[in-house]
Unconditional design. Structure first.
Length: 32
C-alpha cells in the first residue's frame, strides 16, 4: 500500500467514527 492510500483510509475511518459518535451522543441526549 502506498502512503497516500493509508492516509485516505485513516481519514475515511475518522469520518465514520465521528459519525457514530455523533449518533451515540444524540441518542444519549434523547434518552435523558
Amino acid at each position: 500500500m502506498s502512503g497516500e492510500n493509508i492516509t485516505n483510509l485513516l481519514t475515511f475511518w475518522q469520518k465514520e467514527l465521528s459519525k457514530k459518535q455523533e449518533k451515540q451522543e444524540s441518542n444519549l441526549k434523547l434518552n435523558h
